[in-house]
Design a binder for this molecule. Structure first.
Ligand code: TRP
Length: 335
């Protein structure tokens, strides 16, 4: 009997010790994962609907991966209002605060962050050409403290769509801002590819939104359709461009969904919000320990067919039935 009691006590002791250890363990785990608040600095170049959608997507992507704003995540969001000295001081602020990771939305923001730190990870939020912008050595192996998502648009699909909707158009106007590296990368691609689709390209550059009205006014008398790259300045003044062009019944084919919504006619474009979600997911990976140097830049090659029915009516342009059906089924139609 005595033996029996000793045995039972021994078992209880073993279980109790085991329980104690596992409790201690799980306590430690929860303090690592839950209680630790990580800080991410997000630097956005300026406000326009595309960049605003990317910002929203980033917060959602982080949440999908277990980092919830206000719980285990602090987001220090800064909008530079397109001002160079803001970009610099805001980047320095993130570095002084020793943020766990930073995000640059649009090329100039990522470049300002790159100037401010070679140590803190920088995630590029929708940067068209990260190599040309001197942000990474190569897109497969970035090499430094920077990686992220490119929003390089499916230019061939876009030119093909313009040809489908405008079978007789000859001259395609391309309008861009001379200082915007992101749009320059695309202008070059359009100039190279347009002849394949039977277009002659005419380029029109502006230096700021102040020129837009006048340059657009001249352009609409010389072209049959307009292509707009992912140009931050024009994206911020899309209503000006659409009123000039649509007023003269010249359709605008932008690169992104948000610009179709603001008066463009159609595109095969990348979902801006989704670009943000992918960016947020990359930030989460870095917070979990992955290193930017070995994380390839992510490209999204499939665009969505987006059309603006209201604009089509206003311009008296008939969208081919096949295009209309496809947009309704798998893309988006703004009414
Ligand atoms: N790609 C732009 C850059 O690198 C930023 C951008 C993302 C953008 N989406 C856009 C610009 C839509 C204009 C429209 O700076």
């Amino acid at each position: 009997m005595k033996k029996m009691i000793t045995f039972v006590v021994a078992i209880i002791v073993v279980i109790a010790i085991g329980f104690g250890i596992s409790m201690g363990h799980s306590n430690k785990k929860s303090s690592d994962q839950k209680d630790q608040v990580r800080t991410v600095g997000i630097l956005q170049l300026m406000s326009h609907p595309a960049l605003d959608a990317i910002h929203k997507g980033i917060v959602a992507g982080l949440k999908d991966e277990g980092y919830t704003k206000g719980k285990n995540l602090k987001i220090d969001f800064q909008n530079a209002q397109a001002d160079q000295s803001n970009l610099k001081s805001m980047s320095e602020r993130f570095v002084n605060n020793n943020d766990d990771a930073t995000v640059g939305i649009a090329t100039p923001s990522a470049q300002a962050l790159a100037d401010a730190t070679k140590k803190i990870p920088i995630v590029m939020g929708a940067i068209t050409d990260p190599v040309a912008a001197k942000l990474v050595q190569s897109v497969k192996k970035p090499g430094g403290n920077i990686t992220g998502v490119s929003d390089q648009a499916p230019i061939d699909a876009q030119l093909k769509l313009i040809r489908q909707i405008m079978p007789k158009a000859k001259t395609l106007g391309v309008i861009y801002t001379s200082s915007d590296e992101s749009s320059q990368a695309q202008v070059k691609m359009v100039v190279d590819k347009a002849p394949k689709y039977g277009f002659t390209v005419k380029k029109y550059s502006i230096s700021s939104t102040n020129d837009l009205n006048q340059v657009a006014g001249q352009m609409v008398t010389q072209v049959q359709a307009i292509f707009v790259p992912t140009d931050n300045t024009i994206a911020s003044a899309m209503p000006t461009l659409s009123s000039v062009a649509n007023g003269k019944k010249i359709p605008i084919f932008p690169t992104v969904d948000t610009m179709v919504k603001q008066g463009g006619l159609a595109t095969v474009g990348l979902d801006q919000y989704q670009l943000g979600v992918e960016t947020g997911k990359m930030v989460a990976k870095i917070l979990k320990g992955d290193k930017p140097a070995t994380m390839p830049v992510k490209f999204m090659d499939k665009g969505n067919l987006v059309i603006n029915e209201k604009v089509a009516k206003e311009l008296g342009i008939k969208i081919p039935a096949s295009v209309q059906v496809k947009a309704e089924k798998s893309g988006e139609v703004f009414k």
